[in-house]
Structure formats: C-alpha cells, structure tokens
Design a protein around this ligand. Sequence first.
Ligand code: DHB
Length: 333
Amino acid sequence: MEEQFEAAKYPTSIAGIPLDIPIYNASGVWCTTAVQLSEVIDSPYTGAVVTKSCTMYVREGNPLPRYSGFKPVYSSSNANNASINSMGLPNYGLDYYMTAAQLVKNTNKPYFVSICGMTRTENLQMLSILQHQPTSISGVEMNLSCPNIIGKPQVGYDFDAMDETLRCTFELFDRYPLGVKLPPYFDPIHFDMASDVLKRYPKLGWVTCINSIGNGLVVDVFNETTLIAPKGGLGGLGGCIVKPTALANVKSFRERLPAHIDIVGCGGIMRGTDIAEHLLCGASAVQVGTLIMERGIDGFQVLYEEFDRFMREKGYDSISDIKGKIKTISSSL
Ligand code: DHB
C-alpha cells in the first residue's frame, strides 16, 4: 500500500491562522479559475491557497502574449526559472472568488481572497461586501502593488496613499484577518517609511513581500522582439532573478515590524533551500509563483520534498528552528 503523506509536518501560522505546511501559491498563479483553486487546495503539499487578485467585476486583462518564462542565463538544459508578466488583472470578479471559498469546506486549508481594486473606492467597496458575507474565507490579502495597469501607479510606492488606504480599510473592515501585498523596495529609507505606515495599524495581520519587480523588459534578441505584448513589452519580473530583492525585503520588514505582524515571503522560490532562505530571513510562510507557472501543480511536491530533505539534514524539525535565525557573517577586520 502506498505510504500516506504525513501532513502537518511543518505547521506555521499567519495572523493566527494555522497552516499545516508553510508553502502555497502566489496570488495570480494557478488561482484564477475554480479548477485551479481546487488543484492548489487538493495538493497535499500546500498549506493554504490565495486567489487571483480580484476586482468587483470580471476583467479580461491585457492582450496576449502577457506572460512568458525565460532563462536569465542561456542554458540548453534548464527549464525557465524566471518570468515576466503583464496580465492586467484578468479575473472573474469578487463574487466568483467568494463563492469558490466553498472549495475549502471539509478541509482545514486557509483560503485567502486577494483583492486589487482599480481605485481605493473599489477596494473599500469589496471590503464592505466581504465584511457582511458569510463564507469560508480565512483572510484577505489586499494587493497594494500591481505594476501592470496603465495609468495606475502602485499604491505601495506612494506612502501617503498607502496610509489613507489602510486607514479607510481598518475603519470599515474587521471581519477576517487582513494583510497587504507589497511591492519590492530598494532603499533602507523606503523600508523605514513603509514600516512607519504599517505600524500605525495594529489590526494588520501580515505583509507579503514581494510582488514582482515591476516594469522590467526582457528582449528576445534572435527575433528582435519583446517577450510580451502589453505596455511595449514592460512587465513584472519573477523567479530566480528577484530572490535577493525578496529576501532583503523579508528581512528588512521582519526587523522593523512588531512580531505580531507576520511576513509572508514571495519571490524566487525555485527549490527547497529557497524556502529555507525566506524562513531564515523571518518569513512565517512562503508563496510560490514562477516555479508553479513553469512546472504546474506538481512543483509543490518537488519543493516540499526538497525543503523536507534540507530540514532533516540540518536536524531541524520545526519552523521555529529556522525562522528569523539568519546571522550576519562576522567581519574579520
Ligand atoms: C497583476 C500582476 C500583479 O503583479 C499583481 O500584483 C496583480 C495583478 C496582473 O497583471 O494581473
């Protein structure tokens, strides 16, 4: 008889919500349709699911091609380990993702709804619906960092706008734990400024670091074209090339925010040790994007098994053995 996969091997929590496994999908990846959401939920190697960022109503998104994997360094054998996208928020609307929450009934897997209104008003409209809707939702991830909508700057790069959005949010919404998805920051002053805003909201449950590195450009030199069509080829970068930036954001926010705000790491998780790196920097759990786009749902099993092997080799048996334990290398001078 086939051995049963033993769940709850590395339990963790996000804003008090328990996860059996600290690994799930990044919003936007394998989570737009109910079928995809079910596949993430049914995988024994995920600890939660988050939906595609949604708007009030259905959106078609940007013209195709709008996603492409690529290899940042040429290699004939390796699969794509980086990505560029400018999807433009294709989604089925808030109602659809509230209804799909039924899919986690009879499971103990947290279901997070990601919202990304085109305006602050639209975010508040969605929150006021979520506030009064009886569903199996576990939490809401408010996306403050979509880089792909023409004429809509990322809220996370405007600290006053972010402050006002959070002020309005917590004034009307307290039904479920709420976290925010942040864009990557690249300067310690910006880590300070963003943290100063976030610290004003004691009800904030977690921050997810990072969204894609916005508005990169990848060139197909042979064909002399961009890889994707929208925005003249500009799009959000993901995969191995963003991992150092993601880790810097995870560590910097972990150092600045109070302990009750969890950090969810996202960015560049292509193998099990990448999960360990995010946890070392202070993440409570991780989300996986490019790897799942490129390898499909089976990518979670590969990742889990690699992570498990790493933990066993180190003699660790729980997340607390590794979380936040990174040391700065000692200086020899
Ligand atoms: C999209 C991309 C993002 O990085 C995001 O946070 C939300 C939406 C998109 O293009 O659909």
